[in-house]
Design a protein around this ligand. Structure first.
Ligand SMILES: CC(C)(COP(=O)(O)OP(=O)(O)OC[C@H]1O[C@@H](n2cnc3c(N)ncnc32)[C@H](O)[C@@H]1OP(=O)(O)O)[C@@H](O)C(=O)NCCC(=O)NCCS
Length: 150
C-alpha cells in the first residue's frame, strides 16, 4: 500500500470524507473545518488511495510542546477493519519517533472503537480534556513513548 503526501487538488475530497464520518460528524465539525485543519501550516498529511480515491489519511504536527501530535487518523468506510488504520498509524509513528520519543493524539470519549484500537497498539491515557470540542464530549489525550525527552 503506497502512502504519499496529500496533494492540494485532493484536499476538498479528503475534507468531505472526514466531515461525513464520526467523530467529525458527531462533533459537528463540517467540511470547512476539516479543510482548514488540513491547511494548517506545519502539519503534514499523508494518504492512501484506491482506484484514484482517498481511502485513508493521517495528519501529523511536528512542532510545539506536543511535538509528534497525530491530528487526524481516518480510514474511509468500506476500507475499515482491514489493517489500513494500523498501517497509517505505524507510518506516522515511524516519522515522529525518528525525531521525538513521544507520539500524542486525542480520541473522543464516545469513540470506543478507536480507543480500543489505540490501546491495543500501545497508547496510554495521559490526560482528559473535559468538554473540549463540545459540551458533553471529552477528549482523551493518549501517548505512546519510547522514553523521556532528555
Ligand atoms: C479508527 C480507524 C482509523 C481504524 O482504522 P482501521 O483500518 O479500521 O483499523 P484496523 O483494521 O487497523 O484495526 C481495526 C480496529 O479499528 C477499530 N475500528 C474498526 N472500525 C471502526 C470504526 N468504524 N470506528 C472506530 N474504530 C473502528 C476497532 O478497534 C478495530 O478493532 P476490532 O476489530 O478489535 O474492533 C478507522 O476505523 C476510522 O477511520 N474510523 C473513523 C475515524 C476515527 O475514529 N478516527 C480516529 C479518530 S481519533
Amino acid at each position: 500500500m503506497k502512502i504519499s503526501r496529500l496533494i492540494s487538488s485532493d484536499k476538498h475530497a479528503a475534507a468531505a470524507l472526514m466531515a461525513a464520518s464520526d467523530p467529525w460528524l458527531k462533533l459537528g465539525l463540517g467540511p470547512a473545518h476539516c479543510l482548514k485543519s488540513l491547511n494548517v501550516p506545519f502539519r503534514e498529511t499523508y494518504v492512501t488511495k484506491a482506484a484514484g480515491k482517498i481511502s485513508g489519511l493521517v495528519t501529523i504536527t511536528m512542532y510545539g510542546t506536543f511535538k509528534g501530535y497525530i491530528q487526524s487518523l481516518f480510514v474511509a468506510e468500506g476500507f475499515r477493519g482491514e489493517g489500513l488504520g494500523g498501517k497509517l498509524l505505524a507510518f506516522a509513528e515511524k516519522k515522529v519517533l525518528a525525531r521525538s520519543p513521544n507520539v500524542f493524539l486525542c480520541v473522543s470519549s464516545f469513540n470506543t472503537g478507536a480507543l480500543r484500537f489505540y490501546r491495543r497498539l500501545g497508547y496510554k491515557k495521559a490526560g482528559l480534556l473535559k468538554d473540549f470540542v463540545r459540551k458533553g464530549s471529552d477528549e482523551i489525550l493518549l501517548r505512546k513513548t519510547t522514553g523521556p525527552l532528555l
